[in-house]
Design a binder for this molecule. Structure first.
Ligand code: CA
Length: 341
């Protein structure tokens, strides 16, 4: 309780400092929903736009989902930008088994949703413009495949230099201590390996990478989820808790039923929420590894695999900051924002 009170004081203090200028680039699936709910609930952040990319679900589903979320929060001030409908190689790789047919746990698929926040400006153009308008200040949280970021970079070679940070939820981790957990290829990088490869190779800004394995280490235990999150939906005034509960159930069921990797599925791994937690409150980061990393762009078996050169075999300057550990208790405190009134 004392810890929580301190957290509240810090939140109040942070609202007095200059707001974080943020754009979220997303493929709105269930963990994207958590991440964005957290950002919308954080006191000192100015969300300049949300750009949509194909990934967990189709582009149109993603656009519908984000409107459903923003309408629930009554946030008509945030523009939504339509991004890439396919990866650079033309593929569309969805994950309906994890996120439901609609990407939001089958909550939005039969609903009439007004797409009133959708801008005419294409996502890549908007990203370039917002980076120019907020030179040196804009932070982008990329929580889907990196297609839109690649396109912005090709439109404007100075795009990445204009950013303060690019946070990426993506990539696998092969730090020796995680070897037993590594799956080798992470979904976002697998969706558009070429875009991921170019972003890591060519971007000239601070790239902070939140790997899949780190997000699994931060899974919310199921008993905590029941007690502190899902039970709050019974309060008729808590619309956030109801949204959280209805959208999350599909992913919870998937996580509980997954027999493939019991080490991961001890709770709800909300990958994108871990990324946004680092964006919103850098103080939760406990360990950063500066390393040269690259992505296999075309491989027959391993396209999208991130290679982190821990032992300097390539003799290249570090180009990324891999977030190797964060404070779990602080992450849980930030995650609770998703359902707090
Ligand atoms: Ca995502």
């Amino acid at each position: 309780m004392v810890e929580y009170e301190i957290f509240q004081i810090i939140m109040a203090l942070s609202s007095k400092t200059r707001p974080l200028k943020l754009v979220i680039d997303t493929d709105p699936g269930i963990d994207d929903c958590h991440a964005i709910m957290m950002a919308l609930s954080y006191p000192n952040v100015e969300i300049l736009g949300i750009s949509i990319v194909t990934g967990n679900t189709s582009l149109i589903n993603g656009i519908r989902n984000i409107h459903y979320l923003l309408h629930t929060f009554n946030r008509k001030d945030i523009p939504v930008f339509r991004g890439a409908e396919r990866a650079l190689d033309g593929r569309q790789k969805y994950a309906p088994h994890v996120h439901g047919e609609d990407g939001f746990g089958n909550v939005t698929k039969d609903k009439q949703i007004d797409l009133d926040l959708l801008s005419n400006e294409p996502a890549a153009v908007a990203l370039v413009r917002l980076a120019r308008e907020n030179r040196g200040e804009l932070v982008i949280a990329a929580i889907g495949p990196l297609t839109n970021l690649f396109l912005a970079h090709r439109l404007d070679p100075e795009f990445s230099q204009n950013l303060k940070y690019l946070y990426i939820m993506g990539g696998n981790c092969t730090i020796p201590r995680y070897n037993t957990l590594s799956i080798g290829i992470e979904f976002n990088f697998a969706c558009d390996p070429l875009a991921a490869s170019i972003v890591l190779e060519e971007f000239q800004t601070i790239l902070r990478i939140i790997t899949f394995e780190l997000t699994c280490m931060m899974a919310i235990p199921f008993d905590m989820l029941d007690k502190e999150f899902l039970s709050l939906k019974e309060n008729p005034n808590n619309q956030k808790a109801r949204l959280f509960s209805e959208v999350s159930q599909f992913l919870i069921d998937f996580s509980k039923a997954s027999p493939t990797n019991p080490e991961f599925y001890i709770g709800l791994a909300s990958c994108d929420a871990v990324c946004l937690a680092c964006v919103l409150d850098e103080s939760i980061i406990e360990e950063i590894r500066h390393v040269y990393a690259c992505v296999e762009p075309f491989g027959k078996l391993a396209s999208g695999h991130m290679i982190s050169d821990w032992f300097d075999h390539f003799k290249r300057e570090p180009n990324v900051e891999i977030i190797a550990n964060i404070n779990k208790e602080k992450f849980y405190q930030l995650f609770r924002l998703c359902v707090q009134e």
